[in-house]
Write a protein that binds this ligand. Structure first.
Ligand SMILES: [Zn+2]
Length: 471
């Protein structure tokens, strides 16, 4: 019975041993399959990358993406295919790989449209096209938000109120181009206007509109001729301060052009904008003597109302008992030489007188002249220029005419202006033979002060200011 009792115990032990062995075997097998699995995983990843890289390198025309993506909107992708591994199409957006820049733009527009904006036309310019047309120019940046642009105008001279003188529908397409109003004037009399561009916005949107920025404009155009060219009439001797008439006239001209526009809304253009001058195929020296009248005929280029040549004066050799370029300040008076058309025009005589009066006052206040007044002249009462009058000391400046031996204009520039039927003046602002004038020109603010006097005189002549004396 003892033997019988031991049999089950042995059986149990055997079973345990078998089970233990079996478990051991299973674990060993599992470890090896896991290692294999890991290895195979790595291999699985490496193989396709290499293959794809090979494919893309060897066969650039291959389009694996195309097969994976049946969406027609993604057809452009094949042309890009620089990164074959970068094809995570799981993203929802239908056209992710398509030109990312274009994709961003509409998003920004949506945001802008969502945020209310204030529409204010503040970058406005005017251009005098003719005595009967002024253009008002502004960028179309607000086209998307604007329904209609309204041109508002106010006559400064008559003091009238604002009136709507034009409307321009927006094409809703902001391209950075210009929108242009053409204001056709009823008459060609000199006028000074204020303009602004207001806007009408579409109904039921959240943007707001502001009144446009006000600008000054006129239907007057001046042709400015900075006398000579760079380096011309260089003063030599003592106390020159490096002065050359041809260098300083361009400085005065640039200031005049700026002040005319900013302060009076008057447009102008110049026969030269730098040291050199070129007109009609001629340059510098040829335009200072032989073909100098081309400067005057340039007045017709933009149908200017006035030709104005900017100069500084000189005197006879050793005039008044002084060395030529060491003249006393008592000679330093402004002179205006007018052509025949200007001499018979009320407007042009007012221009000439206005310029002379204010130049004389400026030079006197600066202490570079002993005479503060200017002898104004009525139309058709202009005296002939003489050397004696030119060089006289302690005498008021005035308006002269200078005729040639044949009775026509002596000065080529004024002859040129007359040829195209335009009034013209030469303004001798002061005498560069006076050292004090040269010093003020080269070391002071003379270019701006003279330009202010010139601009005021022009504004006075055309009726934009009422007092001949600049305040
Ligand atoms: Zn000159």
């Amino acid at each position: 019975m003892k033997k019988n009792k031991n049999i089950p115990v042995i059986l149990v032990c055997v079973i345990f041993a078998v089970v233990f062995l079996a478990i051991l075997l299973i674990f060993m097998q599992k470890d090896s399959t896991e290692e294999e699995a890991l290895l195979s995983d790595i291999k699985v990843e490496q193989i396709p990358i290499e293959e794809i890289e090979k494919m893309s390198a060897d066969e650039p025309t291959e389009t694996p993406e195309k097969e994976e993506e049946p969406k027609p909107t993604e057809i452009p992708e094949p042309t890009e295919e620089p990164k074959p591994a970068e094809t995570p199409k799981p993203t929802e957006t239908p056209e992710p790989a398509k030109e990312p820049e274009q994709e961003k733009l509409p998003k920004v527009e949506v945001q802008e449209a969502a945020q209310p904006i204030t529409v204010l036309i503040d970058a406005v310019e005017s251009a005098r096209i003719s005595s009967k047309e002024i253009q008002i120019i502004f960028t179309d940046n607000y086209d998307a938000a604007v329904e209609t642009y309204l041109l508002m105008r106010r006559n400064v001279l008559t003091g009238g109120g604002w009136e709507n003188v034009g409307s321009l529908p927006s094409d809703k397409n902001a391209t950075g181009d210009q929108n242009i109003f053409s204001d056709k004037l009823g008459e060609s009399m000199p006028q000074q206007y204020e303009y602004r561009v207001d806007v009408k916005l579409p109904e039921g949107q959240t943007n707001t509109a502001q009144e446009g920025k006000v600008i000054l404009a006129s239907n007057v155009m001046i042709c400015i001729d900075p006398g000579h060219f760079a380096g011309r009439n260089q003063v030599t001797g003592e106390q020159t301060y490096g002065y050359a008439e041809g260098d300083f006239t361009i400085e005065v001209a640039k200031e005049l052009k700026r002040i005319l526009k900013e302060t009076y809304g008057i447009d102008s253009y110049m026969t030269r904008s730098g040291g050199s001058i070129t007109l009609g195929g001629y340059t510098d020296g040829n335009l200072d003597s032989g073909h100098i009248s081309l400067r005057g005929t340039y007045t017709a280029e933009k149908d200017a109302d006035l030709f104005m040549s900017i100069h500084t004066n000189a005197n006879e050799e050793n005039a008044n008992g002084y060395p030529t370029c060491m003249q006393p300040i008592s000679i330093n008076k402004p002179l205006v030489i007018a052509n025949g058309l200007a001499c018979s025009s009320d407007t042009m005589m007012r221009v000439a007188n206005g310029i002379g009066v204010n130049l004389a006052a400026t030079n006197y206040q600066l202490g570079i002249s002993t005479v503060k007044d200017f002898a104004t002249v009525e139309k058709n009462a202009v005296s002939e220029w003489t050397k004696a009058a030119n060089d006289k000391t302690d005498a008021a400046g005035t308006v002269f005419r200078r005729t040639g031996s044949s009775g026509g204009e002596y000065y080529g520039v004024l002859k040129g202006a007359a040829k195209v039927n335009k009034p013209g003046i030469i303004v001798e602002h002061g005498f560069h033979t006076v050292p004090e004038m040269r010093k003020e020109a080269m070391e002071g603010n003379l270019k701006t002060l003279w330009a202010q006097a010139d601009a005021y005189g022009i504004a006075y002549g055309f009726g934009f200011v009422s007092n001949i004396h600049r305040p």
